[in-house]
Design a protein around this ligand. Sequence first.
Ligand SMILES: [Zn+2]
Ligand SMILES: [Zn+2]
Length: 396
Amino acid sequence: MSLQSKIIELANQYQAEMVANRRYLHQHPEVSYKEFETTKFIKSKLDELRIPYESPLETGCVGILKGGKESDRVLALRADIDALAMNEEGDAKKEFFSKNPGAAHCCGHDAHTSNLLGVAKILTELKGELEGTVLLVFQPGEEKLPGGGKLLCDTGFLQSKNVQAIYGLHTSPTHTPGTIATKEGPLMGSPDEFEVEIFGKGGHAARPHEAIDPIVLASQFVTIAQTVVSRSIDPTEPAVVTVGRIEGGTAHNVIPGSVRLWGTVRTLNSETADLIAQRLESILKGITEGAGGSYTFDFNKGYPAVINTSAETENVISTMQELFGEKSAILMERPIMAGEDFSFYQEHFPGAFFFVGSGAEESESTYVWHHPKYNVDDRFFQTAAPLMASLALNSK
Ligand SMILES: [Zn+2]
Ligand SMILES: [Zn+2]
């Protein structure tokens, strides 16, 4: 029997267990950086498999699986483990509905965690065929800045292990089970946030000449901000500036003293984001100073863009195709502008991130990420586990 057939057979054998583990985690979600029980659960499963682990951060851990074939090869597989700070919606009688109010696995990280535990089990079974070392990265805090991926990279733990490549995946409600999707180069955007306060001078609505109207200034800012992408950014470079919230004023006949605005900037590279931040601030400065007002401007950089290296992306695609046929791997034409802190690892190691189909009408799993009814089709594991295990075993 070929190594690939063995991997698929083991994944099928462990399918029920991966589903059960995911449901357990789904029922017991914990928000970013508070994944204490989740970490205990992961460690107990690694203990069962006699896989040693280290804890570079307060939550999460890194399992260290040494193969039977002596080699310098070190590969990292990453799963994020945190839930979102929100309430799950839907049938509360569903057997694995969230038991923790204010926390819900509505981004599929429960499935990522359970999948990596399943992969650990497959690799343990096939240890004799495994070359070098596989690091099983159970990472906390993907959903919340600064990002568990950043914190882990800041410890230098993975760097000290001489990781040569890293792979990560995400459930995808827009792809059917049995398929994956990815692309070389930019895959996901960099989400940054800005917060503005414009100060004028409050007064009577009928005596505007005695006031400095921050609502007029805020309106000018929102309008001129629209020209940043169209006039200051290379037309071939993707970028978005959106003001999503404005707050100011209390009555129809009062000019308020200040107005606040919140917005997001999405780009595929850090230089573009820096340029946008700089342009937004100079527009703000020009408008407010010209009118005798003032401003504050905070720009918070989110995660960098996810940029897949070519050899690792090619490896994911060809491994998937050898496992499940040519059509099972979808080559994406463009990146999506959602963010992922997997990008921090890619600043240090070659790596590829990919989406694994988890959406099907019959299992009500086609809701978008972060939807309160988000769900993952159980068949996700039948693709995700063999693919991750095959990447580790270099089986193609
Ligand atoms: Zn998410
Ligand atoms: Zn996610």
